[in-house]
Write a protein that binds this ligand. Structure first.
Ligand code: ADP
Ligand code: MG
Length: 660
């Protein structure tokens, strides 16, 4: 059912959901909590300073409210917990004041400041705590919807009409519970044991469908006949020799493989993986050139418009002395512009088209599409790698991925592809110097920042990551802004960016940072994706221990983008193996290998690290064994032909495998 049919969801909220990929009530049901919190009344006498606290009590003193400015305020009141009198401080909840009356019972969630008998609260509920322990699901918030709001909507869904995918005999084999129960429990667990059973079902289901798609792709691809091209390598060499730089050995190896793929009769289905900045784009460009020489049209698809335009500029520059027509097609073009492009594609007035997934919308017909390249493949997912079906073409396919993964995982996950890796960085790149600092050593950090500001370089400052509450996130970020403007406000401009801003606000800040108007950009991890400012030489990450290894590596990848010496400062009072790995290597392959080793069990109540595979509930490392089983089960289903007795599965395949 469409999400808008759900109780309590108006057009505005429905839009928020749809913008975040949740179109139906089933989609929302599979929006699983990313972790659970055990809610139990804290025993104050057992708490240490700065511990998490959950406590209820009777309000003893009416709140006093102080406004810093229009948006920011601070409220203070006190509660009697039966054993203690606690002061409660909470920011930006002034609107609750009228409900916090003397004699009312409230529950506060926050941090305990032992010395001052104070709770710095992140949340207040206007009710008493239940006597038993409650397992509360926590959802990643989005589009201004809080975890609690999301949960409310989910609980309005009638769970009795879900589609089942796992064949009965496999449910029996793994002793899985009913799907309806699994879904009910995952969103409203009453015990850890039930929760485990629910997870077992949903993880298996997810990996079952995933491997079903991968295996089906693999089977379809085996020995598929593709296009051949009559292109001499000497011509490719000529092109390479004219490039403004010398290719690295790994780049040359990739080109070699791709040349082979494009000239032989088998259809190419290849993934090139390499760290951010390793130079995958030029490999893509050379492939497009080979394809062009072979007489075919080529398409390069990027996950965002920004990246698409970046590629357009790049290609126009590199092909400026060649007679090759290059154009761009994105969703935001005007209808008339789109029609014009469609016509040119059909008449072969365009040789190379760059764009977003608009490249494969229904209206686009190619004249003789020979090569499709998908950049940042990992952001698309198996389902969306480009819909070539019904286009009557079988082009060669090349994927680029900046999330290098170890070979064993690559073989399982990308089991349907050939994989090439670019391991070495172009020469002349200086390694980003990475330092680990404690909060007490902030002076050293500020000095480094000052040095770079004086050199007219730019700096990212990443705010601590706190997933519990967006409110705390904001507080953190404003506190950081205060700190930074105390230190540097007089000598340079500072900007702030966070996920709560709308796209225009973010674009504006990014433009200012891009143009160099801002020297310091304070941000949450929203900058992780696709930001490329060459003059930024320093990134300072607060509370670095909270971030996952891959995430830290991606963040560090924002600097060191040219020949300037760059720095990454990890600030953390806690030690962690992740941080020491970060100081020891900048090699993305090593880091992802370590990441896979480190991640794993014990994640249930921790902060789940953002996975590379974007599974909803399964974890590629932790659940690798389930993945292997699912892979075997789905292989059997497909190879034996038994799949044909499961119309649900057939329709999954028909709807999602849209690669041909
Ligand atoms: P990514 O692999 O992240 O897509 P890019 O292809 O954007 O990386 O390359 C990053 C930068 O390195 C680009 O400015 C590109 O021109 C440059 N580059 C690529 N290959 C080489 C090379 N062999 N020598 C020097 N610079 C290179
Ligand atoms: Mg790239």
């Amino acid at each position: 059912m469409d999400i808008s049919t759900l109780k309590g969801i108006g057009p505005k909220t429905a839009n928020i959901f749809k913008n975040n990929g949740i179109n139906t009530t089933n989609d929302l049901l599979s929006y699983y909590p990313f972790r659970y919190e055990l809610i139990k009344r804290s025993n104050i006498s057992e708490l240490n300073d700065n511990d998490k606290i959950i406590i209820d009590g009777v309000i003893e003193k009416n709140p006093s409210l102080f406004f810093f400015n229009k948006k920011m305020n601070k409220m203070t009141f006190s509660i009697n917990t039966g054993s203690n009198l606690l002061k409660v401080v909470i920011y930006n909840r002034g609107f609750l004041k009228s409900k916090l009356l003397i004699g009312n019972i409230v529950t506060v969630f926050g941090k305990y400041d032992k010395l001052h008998s104070t709770v710095v609260a992140s949340d207040i509920k206007l009710s008493k705590l239940p006597n038993h322990t409650v397992i509360e699901p926590i959802y990643h918030s989005f589009g201004g919807l809080s975890s609690n709001q999301i949960r409310g909507y989910i609980n309005n869904i009638n769970i009795n009409d879900t589609v089942k995918y796992i064949p009965e005999y496999l449910c029996e084999k793994y002793k899985l519970i009913e799907k309806e129960d699994a879904l009910k429990i995952i969103h409203n667990p009453t015990s850890m044991l039930d929760l485990k059973k629910a997870m077992a079902y949903l993880k298996y289901e997810e990996l079952f469908l995933f491997t079903l798609k991968i295996n089906s792709l693999r089977l379809n691809k085996k020995n598929e006949i593709g296009l051949t091209r009559d292109v001499k390598y000497s011509e490719v060499e000529k092109f390479i020799n004219k490039l403004p730089f010398k290719l690295t050995e790994d780049q040359l190896k990739c080109v070699d493989k791709i040349y082979g793929d494009l000239t032989n009769k088998n259809r190419m289905n290849r993934l090139v993986q390499g760290d951010v900045g390793s130079g995958k784009t030029i490999v893509a460009i050379i492939s497009l050139y080979i394809n062009f020489l072979g007489g075919y049209q080529g398409a390069l698809m990027a996950p965002t418009e920004v990246l698409a335009y970046q590629h357009l500029n790049n290609l126009k520059n590199i092909f400026k002395d060649y007679d090759i027509n290059i154009d761009i097609l994105t969703g935001s073009l005007k209808q008339k512009e789109k029609k014009d492009i469609y016509k040119k594609l059909q008449n072969k007035e365009i040789d190379i088209i760059i764009g977003t997934h608009a490249l494969f919308s229904e209206d686009v017909l190619y004249n003789n599409l020979g090569l499709v390249i998908t950049d940042e493949q990992h952001r698309f997912g198996v389902n969306q790698r480009g819909n070539l079906k019904n286009k009557g073409v079988t082009p060669d396919i090349l994927y680029l991925s900046a999330t290098p993964i170890p070979r064993t995982y690559a073989l399982t996950i990308y089991g349907d592809m050939d994989v090439s890796s670019i391991k070495t960085m172009p020469s002349g790149r200086k390694e980003v110097l990475t330092y680990l600092k404690k909060n007490s050593e902030i002076r050293d950090v500020l000095e480094l920042m000052l040095q770079e500001i004086k050199l007219k370089h730019q700096i990212y400052v990443i705010a601590p990551l706190i997933e519990e509450s967006d409110k705390i996130d904001l507080e953190n970020i404003y506190a950081l802004e205060q700190k930074m403007s105390n230190a540097f406000g007089k000598i340079c401009k500072i900007g702030v960016m966070h996920g709560k801003m709308d796209k225009n606000e973010k674009d504006e800040i990014m433009d200012k940072f891009n143009s160099g108007e801002l020297s310091i950009l304070i941000s949450t991890t929203v900058i992780e994706v696709g930001v490329d400012v060459k003059n930024a030489t320093t990134i300072v990450i607060f509370d670095a221990y909270r971030f996952g290894l891959s995430q830290l590596h991606q963040l560090r990848g924002r600097v060191g983008r040219n020949d300037l010496q760059s720095y990454c400062v990890l600030i953390s009072d806690k030690e962690s193996e992740r941080l020491s790995i970060m100081t020891k290597t900048t090699d993305g392959f090593k880091i992802s290998e370590e990441d896979f080793k480190l991640r794993g069990s014990g994640d249930l109540f921790g902060i789940r690290q953002s996975g590379d595979m974007n599974f909803g509930i399964a974890d590629i490392k932790e659940d690798f064994n389930i993945l292997l089983k699912a892979k075997e089960d789905t292989s059997y289903l497909l190879e034996s032909g038994n799949i044909n007795s499961y119309p649900n599965l057939i329709s999954v395949l028909n709807n999602s495998i849209n690669l041909d």
